[in-house]
Design a protein around this ligand. Sequence first.
Ligand code: AMP
Ligand code: MG
Length: 416
Amino acid sequence: MLRKPIPVKEAVQLVIDHCELVGTETIPLEYAYGRILAEPIIAEHDVPPFNRSAYDGYAIRAVDSVNATEEQPKAFHVIGEIGAGHVGERALEEMEAYRIMTGAILPENADAIVMLEETAETDEGFTITKVYKKNDNISFQGEDAKQGEILIGEGSFIHPGTIALLATFGYANVQVSKSPTVSIISTGTELLDVSEALKPGKIRNSNGPMLQGQLARMGIEYKSFGMMEDDLEACTKVVEKALTESDIVITTGGVSVGDYDYLPAIYERLGANVLFDKVMMRPGSVTTVAVLDNKILFGLSGNPSACFTGFELFARPAILKMMGSTSPFIPRMKARLGEDFPKKNPFTRFIRAKWEMGASGPIVVPAGFNKSNAVSSIARGNCIIVLPSETEGFKKGMEVDILLLGQELGVATWDL
Ligand code: AMP
Ligand code: MG
């Protein structure tokens, strides 16, 4: 049967539309990094919770500084000290001050902070040579967040800043989305394990470990089913087993139209609904995605560059979507080509590439040998150039889209 290629954007959307939430769970804050919030963060109280000193210095009544000048300094009497976490014993009276540290709560009647470096020490305390206004150098209750405010929405990625905010409000435990469980199966009779010596006609399985790395950098646990020879019966069995043990099954190899490419037959046997089996992209046009019940099967090409790209384009956003992320897509930006790329692009082309900041903005160059079977350019790359279908003759200096790899924060839309 002839495969009907669909545009990348449509393929990505199809996958996303079939992603079901895995569920939610409550976990200790210390394990929250990399997860997706399943509840919004609402300010339980004002932040800061009280007016406090923004500097080390002295807490005074601003009114007492009136008329202070270089020529006629005003002298203050220091009645005590307030370190952060402590509270002043009594209210300030005329020409009195507390020595106060950054973050300490203001004593009663104090309404300005004099910075230490703006004072001259005396036996009794200090002098100042300028006038302070009410509220000078104070960090105010609620200036950062007001009680009741929704600060971060559910579906947000939990990064170190999110963790700080959760901790601020006493979330010792946090409700997050469950992560899908993922199985990886490498298929191909030619495959050797990493630890094996090369033999004629054989290559080492690089896709399996690569996919493990791609999942690891997302903080997703995986189960590896190792390598399978191209054998319909055996492969069907292992895919079935993987399906019972995980929400997502990623296979590499065996989705083309060769005599030993059994994945299409396996999907048929399992009764899986194939969303697409050809995408208008290079590399990885044979990328196939199927769904069975609430599970997703990613049939990635065995060609390393195609496998890598297929994961980033389809599996990554699907996993994040299943985790409830509202920004599951790979972030991108514009960069100028650092060299010509004359090839024709009948389909959308994804090129492993390297970007860096040039004098007048980001510059990107392909990361070397760039056929779909390339592995070296994946290793050298830090991004993927996207060239639209039906284009050609890209010249040095032209602006292109690049997908940024390895970013912890994604974006909400995908329209390439
Ligand atoms: P396939 O998708 O099975 O047609 O494989 C396409 C190409 O990728 C062939 O040259 C395979 O030898 C190679 N290949 C398949 N699986 C892997 C793998 N796990 N690691 C590295 N190369 C692979
Ligand atoms: Mg194969």
